[in-house]
Design a binder for this molecule. Structure first.
Ligand code: ADP
Ligand code: ASP
Ligand code: MG
Length: 425
């Protein structure tokens, strides 16, 4: 390494580097892409280095997925990835054009051009490695790098995608690899709220939320951030902020620890999350013997189906009813696997219900407070909402309810835990 190299690197590090990520709605029309270009150009003009990650224009990924399903054969998911990843390529090109009109030189890159190297699990690939050299060269030349979100390339050179909402993960992974000063997720809400503002009209924006809480909110269904992006940000300590692409404001900072914000009273419950994409399956009359649960869930796992809640209860006749939940998209597949297993185990009938939803109360403050569960059950009971399953962890309580009661359940819990009130009351 020469002295020049060292000096170059030192200059590089002194400049602020931000990763901006714009979701589908934020790039949904030509006008909105122009507005994104304005924001990026203004940031660049302040002497800040910017890497922009963009999603496909809103509705595009759904359209492309439907297109991949419109052939008669069983589709190889590797080919679906090639097709579906094109949505983001359109946006990087469009944003580069808009930036050019503003006198900003930008280099649009697909995942494979960075490259963002992933494993080979089509449709939900995981990032293994990101090369930073090309991005550093672009920034060093005073240009803006625009990277297509949601996509990568396997070591064998095939295009992969990172799962729905995966552009968030692209952004955080790039911010980690490039040691950016902040990863800013620009979206159609101005931060993380106590619940989805589309369902709870008086939900309140949170100034800060811990990684732990955000992880739980995301995994329980708050789709404002893809869960993997939160995992990544927590693991690599990436400063992460959710902001509106339509109006200025502080957004929500995802922090390591609320201890830094001691002046703020720590609310016990920070949010109510929900997930409609759930289904539940029960196999009746399972012989109560060691290994039965493994024999039931083993084949489900082998089929790459994720299981969420699990409940079993031994009855007077020494058999158990074994119930678990899966993603609604996996319902039919899981059901037919389970029917096969039930036969080989000598168990009873298999019952399924795909009209259910999960509601969760989340908060790190719950650790030190008793009675959260009883308050939750009381509130649901008073509204006549029946709970079909319950599961708890240190910082969340989740219940499964009939889908038709979902919105009622979310709103009554939001009120019961006083989340609409001002912080600190
Ligand atoms: P993008 O296209 O920008 O990635 P998403 O649709 O993936 O945006 O995420 C933003 C949406 O997340 C919001 O429009 C909102 O309806 C939803 N959402 C769900 N839970 C929350 C929450 N707790 N706080 C804020 N938004 C939430
Ligand atoms: N376009 C992809 C999706 O709709 C990725 C993303 O928007 O984050 O899921
Ligand atoms: Mg998203």
């Amino acid at each position: 390494m020469t002295v020049d190299d060292v000096e170059d690197k030192a200059v590089f590090r002194r400049m602020t580097l931000l990763v901006h990520k714009y979701g589908g709605t934020s790039v949904g029309t030509v006008e909105r892409i122009k507005a994104v270009a304005d924001r990026v150009a203004a940031t660049h003009a302040e002497g800040i280095q910017v890497i922009v990650v963009v999603s496909a224009m809103s509705g595009e990924t759904n359209r492309l997925l439907a297109l991949s399903r419109s052939f008669d054969n069983d589709v190889d998911p590797v080919f679906t990835d090639v097709l579906v990843s094109t949505g983001e390529q359109v946006t990087i090109g469009a944003l580069a054009i808009a930036l050019q009109a503003r006198g900003v030189e930008a280099v649009p890159l697909c995942g494979w051009q960075v490259p963002i190297v992933t494993d080979t699990v089509a449709g939900k690939a995981r990032i293994k490695h990101i090369s930073t050299e090309r991005l550093r060269d672009i920034l060093h030349a005073g240009k803006v790098a625009i990277v297509a979100g949601f996509q990568g390339v396997s070591e064998a050179g095939m295009i992969t995608t990172l799962g729905r909402g995966g552009s968030d993960t692209t952004a955080v992974a790039l911010a980690a690899a490039m040691q950016a000063d902040e990863c800013q997720i620009y979206t159609d809400v101005d931060g993380v709220y106590t619940s989805d503002p589309r369902v709870v009209s008086d939900a309140r924006r949170l100034d800060t939320v811990t990684f732990e809480e955000m992880l739980e909110l995301a995994s329980q269904g708050s789709k404002v951030l893809q869960i993997r992006s939160v995992e990544f940000a927590g693991k690599y300590k990436v400063p992460l902020r959710v902001l509106s692409s339509f109006k200025d404001g502080p957004g929500t900072l995802i922090t390591v620890d609320k201890g830094e914000y001691k002046d703020m009273e720590q609310p016990v419950v920070s949010g109510i999350a929900f997930n409609r994409d759930e289904a539940k399956l029960t196999v009746r009359g399972v012989p109560d013997v060691p290994g039965a649960a493994y024999r039931i869930l083993g084949p489900i796992g082998e089929a790459n189906i994720e299981v969420d809640m699990i409940v079993q209860n031994v009855g007077a006749d020494s058999t158990t009813d074994f119930t678990f939940t899966v993603h609604r998209a996996d319902f039919d597949k899981a059901r037919s696997i389970l029917e096969e297993t039930a036969r080989s185990l000598g168990a009873g009938e298999v019952i399924g219900d795909d009209r259910i939803a999960k509601v969760s109360v989340v908060g790190v403050g719950m650790r030190s407070h008793a009675n959260i569960a009883s308050r939750m059950f009381q509130a649901l009971g008073q509204e006549g909402v029946n709970m079909l399953m319950i599961s708890t962890s240190e910082i969340k309580i989740s219940v499964v309810v009939e889908e038709k009661y979902l919105e009622l359940a979310v709103r009554c819990l939001h009120t019961a835990f006083g989340l609409h009130e001002e912080a600190g009351k």
